[in-house]
Design a protein around this ligand. Sequence first.
Ligand code: SF4
Ligand code: SF4
Length: 626
Amino acid sequence: MSSQPDGEYELPEDRLEESQPQCPFGVGGGCCRICYMGPCRVTDGAHGMDRGVCGATPGTVAARNLYREIAAGAASHADHAREIVEVLEEIADGGLSAYDIQDPEKLEEIAADLGIEAETDDENELAKLVAEAAVEDFQGAGETLNWLDRMPDEQREFLREQGIQPKPSVDMEVARAMHRTTQGNDADPAHLLTGALEAGMADGYAGLTMGTDLQDVVFGRPQPVETEANLGTLEADQVNIAVHGHSPVLSEMIVEMADELEPAAREVGAEGINLVGICCTGNELAERRGIPLAAHSTQAELAVTTGALDAMVADIQCIWPGIGDVIECHHTKLLTTTDYVRIPGAEHVSFDPETAEADAREIVQRGIAAYEDRNSRQEYDVEIPEERTSALVGISEDYVLEVLEAASPEDPVAPVVDALAAGQLKGIVGIVGCPNPKQRTADMTERLIEGLLEENVLPIVTGCIGHVTAQAGYLDPARTDELAGDGLAEVLHALGDAAGLDGPLPPVWHMGSCVDNSRIGNLVRAISEGADVPTRELPVAASAPELIAEKAVSIGTWALTLGLPVHTAPTLHMDQSEEVSRIMTEDLKEITGGYAIQEEDPDAAIDALVAAVDERRLALFDETGA
Ligand code: SF4
Ligand code: SF4
């Protein structure tokens, strides 16, 4: 989809083409650049060195590289969580006027899970204790992370018995990863990868789960809400402001200010202010506010090329520097807002939760000014694509559990267990991550999801894959019968009835942003504990079918520690080492129960994922076939 004549802009797919051929040592994890005797290009294959200058094997190099990717992902999610921890601390101290606790029940549920009790009924007292427990997970106290209490007990104990347990601080976990992987330090591939598993667990709990938990406390738990997707959600006659990145802290305030400043927009001739979402900030606002999902991260530049976008407001993560180039030809204001994130070509509005209202007001005013600029330009084209699709988003784990409880009050997980036993449902696959231009041309995500649905496997999506599925119309309940296999369609109709809807649940469940992968973890935990089946035996898998970010590698590693099969395409950076490839795809089964699946072909990926969940389903129910 292009909104301007071909060739006028350099977009991600053009730059990917220019990058070809990509270095096989980089792609296969055999490139080491961590000291100045290198770079060394090592491999178990025929062409290249079998040792680095220091003597490092391909296994050492690939394991160190993977561990560093996972540590970078854990650092990203933990830093994301840190923002909302600080907001909750300040709310509890009475120091923030713009925010309060929207979901006190969620606060109580988290406190109960962490074993925290307040001496009084004062909500702020409990918030303070929960925030203190979160801060401890950055500073380090006790045996391990407090937030590890949010992990299924059985799997946690299974790993602990094998000596796999994160350190008491996520920051320490990241620092240790960087230290262990320096030149001349830890060189044992299996030992390094054990450390990588611990970093993945730290990400899953002191990053993803902590972030989502506390965002729900402050902004409320998502509930199903109808919205629309695609660039067609931009409006030519309105001030179009897109929020981009990952955090709801500023963007929730922009929703308020866009409302307040609607009259100001009308004064300059606009019909209103149209707030839309890009990437995971978009998912956060869509699942709580129904704000349209305009574009995924890979389409952010394309959004600017419409000529209709007046301001793009960026917070943290997945904001590609290429946007800085494309805005040069447009009136669009790219506004960075986090003091440690700057992009050439952007204007910076420093955001601080203490001055949230004033900061958000300033940002919306700059959007209105950019709209005036757009209208004053001669021969300036606005071309908005027509495509817009309907989507039901905000199918949080809590909503799913409510629906299951309505369907079966005595035993809420029974509808899932019964559907699996009957083969109506073959399994569940969490499909996560970003849209990679390498896989986009093959419609990898769409083909994978359609194949899984046909096979009665339920896809649950998060992140920018949520945008891809929304754009493809897979989040629309009107398409359940068309897309889902007969058995799965029956399950979705039964759950729709239990939920009091007029029809079925959608064929693909949108569970939010990338940190909301924790919601999939919570659902897996509830099924595991309700059915008394270890997570490593459940017919549940994960897939990042268009893997881009180090963050996705660490999320996948966390899923491996839950004992899940984890598919990625492109393949992980490990092909140059037979040892690391074997550990990740085979040996891990004995350690966590999980294992990596490496398939870049959509049909092969469908077959592998269906086989992975069905093998577990048949083992659970002792069947010979469904
Ligand atoms: S060997 Fe490493 S540094 Fe050199 S081109 Fe390949 S990936 Fe890049
Ligand atoms: S640490 Fe070893 S393998 Fe890596 S760049 Fe230095 S000499 Fe080469």
